[in-house]
Design a protein around this ligand. Structure first.
Ligand code: X1X
Length: 326
């Protein structure tokens, strides 16, 4: 793999560096899933489109099935500019570097798919992208997502009464824990690759996730109850390490930005279309039991003050009002 640093160290001239980069660039990506997951398909689309838009040689080395860890590992790699160059990532898994970014995937942010589409088609998230780039040197090159997150548990949860004290895993951002604590559950932040075992061993009774991932990682084997709280429509940035991006020739940078945007649109259409189908597939296969949550509207009222407080804390009160008003 040729990097700018290696070439400078070996004393190559600017012209030969450009030529070498133009000939041999390998970008390494990471997915927690296999080829069937919408994230992996979106990254494959990104690779295909970069190949179409860039006239030089570029290769992709996408590592699947969590070979390089989970998102809480990827964010460190991207920030340091080591191990991987690009991936798809939950904003809440980037909170340690950019405290405001979890606003993007805060539960109950979007009213419905139309609202989610409107916000993602606007530049509302611009200030959050800028914070991420400044604090973590991670560049958002597109947005995918579109899965609906529900409660996933080893036993049934039908109403607020069942949620009281419910031991559940949440993603690492404080706003995630605060939200579910406001709903009277007992949340704890646990790495994604420890969730299956934590449920199996009874350390927790469940977590929350979307259909694509529940199916891909077979979480239904230990947590077959899906409660339709529909609390999040996912926003999943396609991200690249700034350290990688800056080393790319300009025409490859342009191709990456164009491909990232288009692959994001592809991924959003794919995952939002497949979400209900995947739930149905698991239901038909007898893998899950699905139930409505009695009193979803009450959940919304309970989390609103938590959302307002978080927005004030990160200086995003106006941004939250703008998003709510879209
Ligand atoms: O809950 C998680 O940590 C993960 O859940 C799904 O697999 C995805 O949304 C992924 O991005 C991550 O957030």
């Amino acid at each position: 793999r040729v990097t700018m640093g290696v070439m400078l160290a070996t004393g190559l001239s600017a012209a030969s560096m450009t030529a070498a980069l133009a000939q041999d660039v390998t970008l390494r990506g990471a997915s927690m899933f296999d080829e069937n997951h919408a994230f992996t398909k979106t990254m494959r689309k990104f690779e295909e489109l970069v190949g179409e838009y860039y006239t030089g040689d570029v290769e992709f080395d996408l590592r699947l099935n969590g070979e390089l860890g989970v998102e809480s590992d990827y964010v460190n790699f991207l920030q340091q500019g080591v191990a991987i160059d690009y991936t798809i990532m939950a904003p809440s898994n980037m909170a340690k570097f950019a405290p405001a970014i979890p606003l993007m995937d805060m539960p109950f942010l979007f009213r419905d798919l139309d609202h989610w589409n409107t916000v993602l088609s606007s530049d509302a998230f611009g200030p959050l992208e800028a914070e991420l780039e400044k604090n973590a040197d991670i560049k958002i090159i597109g947005y995918t997502g579109g899965g609906v997150r529900n409660l996933v548990s080893s036993g049934p949860i039908a109403s607020l009464d069942d949620l009281a004290g419910h031991k559940m895993r949440v993603m690492g951002a404080p706003i995630q824990a605060k939200t579910f604590a406001a709903l009277t559950a007992a949340p704890s932040a646990i790495a994604y690759n420890e969730v299956y075992n934590a449920i199996q061993s009874g350390v927790i009774a469940g977590f929350e996730n979307e259909a694509a991932s529940i199916q891909n990682l077979k979480f239904y084997e230990v947590a077959p109850y899906i409660t339709l709280t529909k609390h999040t429509i996912t926003v999943r940035p396609i991200v690249m390490s700034g350290k990688t991006f800056r080393k790319l020739p300009e025409d490859l940078q342009a191709a990456v930005l164009k491909a990232g945007k288009e692959a994001g649109a592809f991924g959003r259409e794919l995952e939002s279309r497949e979400d209900g189908l995947k739930l149905q597939e698991m239901l038909d296969a007898g893998q899950i039991k699905v139930q409505e949550f009695d009193g979803r509207e009450t959940l919304l009222e309970m989390v609103k003050p938590v959302q307002d407080e978080f927005a004030a804390e990160i200086g995003a009160t106006d941004l939250l009002a703008t998003i709510r008003g879209m």
